[in-house]
Design a protein around this ligand. Structure first.
Ligand SMILES: [Zn+2]
Length: 329
């Protein structure tokens, strides 16, 4: 009596909303990306226009790849999103201000169950499902991008989200009293030194104060890659920029690890392109500052997932966690 047996839906949608672009994908039950596309987030200053465009594009991609009826649910990654409320709340760099009821708006347009989580949580979920944290129960994922430094940690196999869903703001822990101004309004935050933006500021300060010539002052543009290129050419100031940044990052991560005692810390994002120039001094500083009983016991890893795929995969993993629901069944 095959007709009387319910069939499960074997696909979900993963959506990764970033400040510059929004990527969406149909992902199957084995974590394979069936189809993926993107558009520029910055083309939609109006929230309703953005939600309408995203909904239409997601439905079209599903229809072209197996059909809408094969999709079980949707998972979304967004900055400053709370998985507790399903809303983006006061995102600093997105064009839509205030509280955006993202899950509810997408559910109403697309007609499927929608789960939302912030980008750091999604990155960690992706590492656990498909990357370096596979099989781990207690781990930390630190994502360092141009503007920010986010993190998420899993404890006993579960993400720790916090009472309001905003746990893990490692980037806004203080590493220097009365230090640099941070975008959050405080001073001396880890992210003010260890994001790519912070690194560039350190490079500019060191160029200005350096008594010896440096290749850095000849660079058209300063970024992780161009500063690392100068290190490979033996530029002492460039090496010092990363050494100083790595020292602060290692201190911040040691404080974090001393609280959490994770099996591993996994680094993702733009800053990992710096390679040994950042990672060696960071590791040394980490071991110097971490609580003595966990010295040399924390693995520090760099993500093996592709930057363009990691967060849609993580969002798709989240989609499986929500109860199946359809408005149009
Ligand atoms: Zn801050």
């Amino acid at each position: 009596m095959a007709e009387s047996v319910d069939k499960i839906k074997t696909r979900v949608i993963g959506i990764d909303i970033r400040v510059d672009r929004t990527t969406y994908a149909v992902v199957d039950i084995r974590g394979e990306i069936v189809a993926q596309d993107y558009f520029l987030t910055t083309d939609f200053i109006d929230l309703n226009d953005f939600i309408s465009a995203l909904s239409e594009k997601v439905i079209a991609l599903a229809e072209e790849n197996g059909g809408y009826e094969t999709i079980r649910s949707i998972g979304v990654s967004a900055p400053s999103a709370s998985s507790v409320t399903g809303c983006i709340e006061n995102a600093a760099n997105l064009p839509w201000k205030g509280v955006v009821p993202l899950a509810a708006m997408l559910r109403d347009r697309i007609g499927l169950a929608v789960a939302v989580a912030n980008d750091a949580h999604i990155t960690a979920l992706s590492e656990k499902s498909y990357g370096s944290a596979h099989g781990m129960k207690d781990f930390v994922v630190v994502s360092i991008s141009h503007g920010g430094l986010g993190s998420c940690f899993f404890s006993n196999g579960q993400p720790h989200l916090g009472y309001n869903g905003f746990a893990g703001e490692l980037g806004h822990t203080c590493v220097e009293v009365n230090g640099r101004e941070c975008g959050c309004g405080n001073r001396g935050c880890l992210e003010a030194y260890c994001s790519e933006k912070g690194l560039i500021k350190t490079a500019e300060e060191m160029i200005a104060s350096s008594k010896e010539p440096t290749l850095l002052s000849e660079m058209q543009e300063l970024n992780v890659k161009t500063i690392a290129d100068c290190c490979y050419k033996g530029d002492k100031v460039a090496i010092e920029v990363f050494r100083h940044t790595g020292e602060i990052l290692g201190l911040g991560m040691a404080n974090y690890a001393s609280v959490l005692n994770p099996e591993a810390i996994i680094l993702t994002g733009d800053m990992t392109q710096a390679g040994k120039w950042l990672l060696k001094p960071m590791r040394a500083s980490f071991e110097e500052h971490v609580f003595h009983n966990i010295k040399n016991k924390t693995r520090i890893l760099v993500s093996i997932l592709k930057e363009g795929e990691r967060d849609v995969l993580g969002a798709s993993a989240l989609a499986w966690d929500v109860k199946e629901y359809s408005l149009f069944k």
